[in-house]
Design a protein around this ligand. Structure first.
Ligand code: BGC
Length: 745
């Protein structure tokens, strides 16, 4: 009997130890949850609401940081009425604000400082669309890592990045801020950004914020902030995928978008913020609104006033209010009136405090506020080299007639012409952070840095990007005539893409094409360097100039990167993350479209096409040339059948058949031939960027598993369906070789 009791006692002890564990046995999540609850238990309702309030310090953007704290903010911090600032920048300045929070407020809860570090803080990297064109997640991760170091050293804890909105309409100016049109590439890049920013959450990492949830890139007509109305299936299979990938990579925050979708603004959508994000995906972080997106529920016609807006958003699961002041002004009354439950507020506060704990701010609120560290870590040589590397890899060679590129090093005179040739502002791109144009290496400077004394560099602006004057043509033609080759820098100004910068045309603005036409008459070879934040319809250039290099907005090191690529020190390896249409009239135009009942056929009238255009884009998704050439051969599948349990290995031999060492992005696409719902003509399912020496051949392998074939089927379940599939491998989404396999049950 005694033995039995001892046994029973041991069983109870062992069983209980699962619940009552010593601190060492608890997971860090559990420890943080306990610490969060211990803080929460001390908080008044007003203090809780304060944590949900985020205000902008309001310095705007640019290289000058103010370091004095306005009285209004001092009082709000002291009273515990603010949980976070955006746009408060600098180790010293954030120190001042943090000091008030942790020394003068009742509960001493640290503030969290957020900023849009989108493609650089002070050292500017290529715009995200350009980063995506590298097709190199490890390079994008490195870029985010270096951006994080600079921002963290300047007191920033949290970036409102990555923007992972799929964009199928290049009229939308914010296409520059994302990874283009494809959910697979977009997901890979979303995860890379998150890993790069957050790392292991050291004091040189920053928290990522996946945005703008959800479907913001689907704005009607490409007009920013406009209505989005997408079928649930397309929404899930195309648009939602990269947000989920960002979550799965560990992003601790997410931003709710401005737009409505299917009649419900995201910032008030319980379906998006709770049902999908938290219940389906298990997101544990917090959600911040976009700038005043809670207040804008009124304009949407979804809330009667700011108080009603706050009630809707908080109850929908939106934790932090950026700038509308709805929560701070109305939540207390809403609780008193029984319209908002304090438990819901508690949950939001928990999520925010959790991130503050994760950042180590409760242990050391000044962890990020070190002036010496800021001075040491901003614009280091290493960061500039990183920016240069990303820039070189982001360029896409669109045309290279008669191998005019790489440029000969023995040219005597080179004419660098065009409105973007000596621009220090534009290469900074749409989200320049604290980037200073004085630090930018222009194309002209890059050429001067590159060539030796035997080559003379001549310069003429030719015209402005966006006005009608042609008075500069004469000088441009004059120097062109004296030169061996013309480097013509055309495109958009930095403020023609980005937020609120939608355009109704994709043509080159102003008189730039006319300038090119005049220069063509000189008979000199023309190499166009494009700078832009979106695909442009450059048909005339494509037909007439000798070479075109797409460089997006490449950041601080633009000119050095361009010179190195044009002279062949680096062989271009970027591929388009987005389709380039021939004209704006073709938009939306994307590679993963449906076949339709009447696929386009120019010889058949009653088919899906334009009477006045070819069926194809100007350049397809995945397109990009190299100074060398690659041949694909020996395409094989390990089996022509796949089940739920196994996988197929796809192999192909790729050979460098040209005269230079070079990198190729080998792309794999799949097509589900018959489904319970119609399926895209192609879907990217894998890619590998490989280096091949001249003459070298490599075998490349991809794995296809049943899970890669899933989609939202007729019953709205995410699953695969048995049947035939085509698999394509190639150098872009059009030039492919194909094979077939069957998914069997
Ligand atoms: C943009 C966001 C940005 C926020 C804060 C908004 O206007 O839509 O992308 O993070 O401002 O600057």
């Amino acid at each position: 009997m005694k033995k039995y009791f001892i046994f029973l006692f041991s069983v109870i002890v062992i069983a209980l130890s699962g619940f009552v564990r010593t601190p060492q046995q608890k997971s860090s999540d559990e420890i943080i949850a306990e610490r969060v609850d211990s803080v929460l238990s001390l908080m008044t309702l007003e203090e809780k609401i304060g944590q949900l309030n985020q205000l902008s310090y309001g310095i705007g953007w640019g290289p000058t940081v103010k370091v004095s704290v306005p009285d209004e903010y001092k009082d709000l911090i002291r009273e515990g009425k603010i949980g976070s600032f955006l746009n408060a920048i600098g180790a010293e300045f954030t120190y001042e604000l943090q000091k008030i929070a942790v020394q003068e407020s009742r509960l001493k809860i640290p503030l969290i400082f957020g900023l849009d570090v989108i493609h650089g803080f002070k050292t500017i990297f290529p715009i995200p669309l350009g980063e995506a064109a590298t097709w190199q997640p490890e390079i994008v991760e490195m870029s985010a890592h270096y951006q994080a170091i600079e921002a963290a050293s300047a007191g920033i804890h949290w970036t409102f990045s990555p923007m992972v909105d799929i964009a199928r309409d290049p009229r939308w100016g914010r296409i520059m801020e994302g990874s283009g049109e494809d959910p697979y590439l977009g997901s890979v890049m979303a995860a890379a950004h998150v890993r790069g920013y957050q790392g292991d959450l050291s004091d040189l990492n920053i928290i990522a914020c996946v945005k703008h949830y959800a479907g913001y890139g689907g704005a009607e007509g490409g007009r920013d902030y406009n209505t989005v109305d997408i079928s649930e299936r397309t929404f899930r299979d195309i648009y939602l995928t990269p947000y989920k990938a960002g979550m799965e990579a560990g992003a601790h925050t997410l931003m709710a978008s401005f737009n409505e979708i299917g009649g419900v603004p995201s910032s008030g959508s319980k379906y998006l913020l709770n049902d999908i994000l938290r219940d389906e995906w298990g997101f544990k972080g917090f959600v911040v609104s976009d700038w005043n997106s809670i207040g804008e529920l009124i304009n949407h016609g979804y809330a009667s006033d700011l108080k009603h807006a706050g009630e809707i958003s908080l109850n929908a699961g939106l934790d932090m209010d950026m700038e509308s002041r709805s929560y701070i002004t109305h939540l207390k009354d809403l609780v008193d009136e029984g319209k908002v439950d304090e438990d819901v507020i508690d949950e939001s506060v928990r999520r925010i405090l959790r991130v503050k704990f994760l950042l180590g701010l409760f242990d050391d609120p000044f962890r990020y506020c070190n002036k010496e560290r800021e001075e040491k870590n901003i614009m280091t040589k290493e960061t500039k080299i990183a920016s240069l590397e990303v820039a070189k890899r982001s360029f896409v060679l669109l045309k290279n007639e008669k191998n005019i590129l790489p440029l000969k090093k023995d040219y005597k005179k080179i004419a660098v012409i065009g409105p973007l040739a000596n621009s220090k502002e534009d290469p900074i791109g749409g989200w320049g952070g604290m980037g200073d144009s004085a630090d930018v290496v222009t194309v002209l400077k890059g050429f001067k840095n590159y060539v030796d004394k035997k080559t003379e560099i001549l310069y003429s602006e030719g015209c402005k990007v966006d006005d009608k004057s042609t008075t500069g043509f004469k000088d441009a033609i004059k120097i062109a005539k004296k030169s061996d080759v013309i480097i013509l820098c055309l495109g958009e100004n930095r403020d023609l893409s980005g937020e609120a910068c939608s355009r109704s045309t994709l043509d080159l603005p102003g008189m730039q094409e006319e300038l090119a036409k005049e220069l063509l008459k000189t008979g000199k070879p023309i190499v166009v360097v494009l700078m832009n934040g979106r695909p442009l319809s450059i048909n005339w250039l494509n037909e007439n100039v000798n070479a075109i290099l797409e460089t997006w907005f490449a950041g601080t090191m633009t000119g050095d990167a361009i010179a190195k690529v044009l002279f062949g020190d680096y062989n271009p390896s970027g591929k388009l993350p987005v389709t380039f249409p021939r004209t704006v009239g073709q938009v939306p135009l994307y590679y993963n479209h449906k076949n339709t009942g009447r696929p386009g056929d120019l010889n058949n009238h009653y088919t899906s096409k334009y009477l006045d255009l070819p069926l194809t884009p100007l350049y397809p998704f995945g397109y990009g040339l190299s100074y060398t050439s690659f041949a694909y051969d020996d395409f094989k599948l390990s089996s022509n059948k796949i089940t739920n349990e196994d996988s197929i290995i796809v192999s192909v031999k790729v050979k460098n058949t040209g005269n230079y060492d070079g990198e190729e992005v080998v792309q794999m696409y799949v097509q589900d031939l018959v489904g319970s719902v119609t399926r895209p003509v192609k879907e990217l399912k894998g890619f590998k960027k490989i280096m091949l020496k001249r003459g070298e051949e490599k075998s490349i392998y991809f794995t296809i598993k049943e899970k890669d074939l899933k989609f939202t089927a007729a019953d709205m379940k995410f699953k695969s369906e048995p049947g035939l599939f085509k698999v394509y491998v190639g150098t872009n989404s059009v030039d492919v070789i194909e094979s077939q396999f069957e998914l069997v049950e």
